[in-house]
Design a binder for this molecule. Structure first.
Ligand code: 13P
Length: 251
């Protein structure tokens, strides 16, 4: 049995107004009340963070950003910094999500800059990696995962890396209803962990949580979570409903 505490995070993407976010938390908290086996995190759009933090105060539910810029402040219209997330009550932040890479020009290099900034400000980073369908079909999955993981971790000192979580999200499984089989996910997680060993050493790698994301649903959560290599889930669509997300948390 691994000693890694599972982390189950909701990535709401661009869904929910503050009122809808408040309704979610009100319905969700009683469903996961006193659940301590897993770390539970909600990552709402930025405009909902204050509402979710206030509604979840004193509970076992933490709040994270979906992205952040690496500078602390400045003339960067439309951006949000790590100190701002912390001041708003966030404890976690998602970095390098494939939608940021695909639609908003993020690269391994900018993910790395964000990771340095998140760690400096004591946010728990959830760094996303994952291959495209064409990369899987042409046998490049391992190369992509090794490169994305190594580049994200460039220049990070092992003594600062203890809180990092990595989310393996195969791009072809996001929002498609296609899930990697538990065995496929476990194999990818093993590849990622071996790169973490090379980047940060065995001790950190053994402690690092590697989450799976991509069409996680109440029906497949326990099969995925029962894999020794899978230390949590990053959930999109099925996290928008409090009942469905609570079933995943309670897998
Ligand atoms: P879905 O759960 O909707 O496939 O999204 C996964 C994801 O991108 C979570 O970050």
């Amino acid at each position: 049995m691994s000693t890694r505490k599972p982390l189950i995070a909701a990535n709401w993407k661009m869904y929910k107004t503050p009122a809808q976010a408040n309704d979610f938390v009100t319905a969700f908290l009683p469903l996961v009340h006193s659940h301590t086996r897993d770390e539970i995190v909600l990552c709402p759009p930025f405009v909902d963070i204050a509402t979710v933090v206030a509604a979840a105060q004193g509970s076992n539910v933490r709040v994270g950003g979906q992205n952040m810029y690496w500078k602390e402040e400045g003339a960067f219209t439309g951006e949000i910094s790590a100190p701002m997330l912390v001041a708003a009550g966030c404890t976690h932040v998602v970095l390098g999500h494939s939608e940021r890479r695909q639609f908003f020009g993020e690269t391994d290099e900018t993910v790395n800059k964000r990771l340095h900034a998140a760690l400096k400000h004591k946010l728990i980073p959830i760094v996303c990696v994952g291959e495209l369908l064409a990369q899987r079909e042409s046998g490049k999955t391992a190369d992509v995962l090794l490169r994305q993981t190594a580049e994200a971790l460039t220049g990070i000192a092992p003594e600062h890396a203890g809180s990092i979580a990595i989310a393996y999200e195969p791009v072809w499984a996001i929002g498609t209803g296609k899930t990697a089989t538990p065995e496929m996910a476990a194999e990818a997680h093993h590849i990622i962990r071996e790169q973490v060993v090379r980047s940060l050493g065995r001790e950190i790698a053994d402690k690092m949580r590697i989450l799976y994301g991509g069409s996680v649903k109440p029906e497949n959560a326990s099969a995925l979570m029962n894999q020794e290599e899978i230390d949590g889930a990053l959930v999109g669509g099925a996290s928008l409903d409090p009942h469905s997300f609570s079933k995943i948390v309670l897998y």
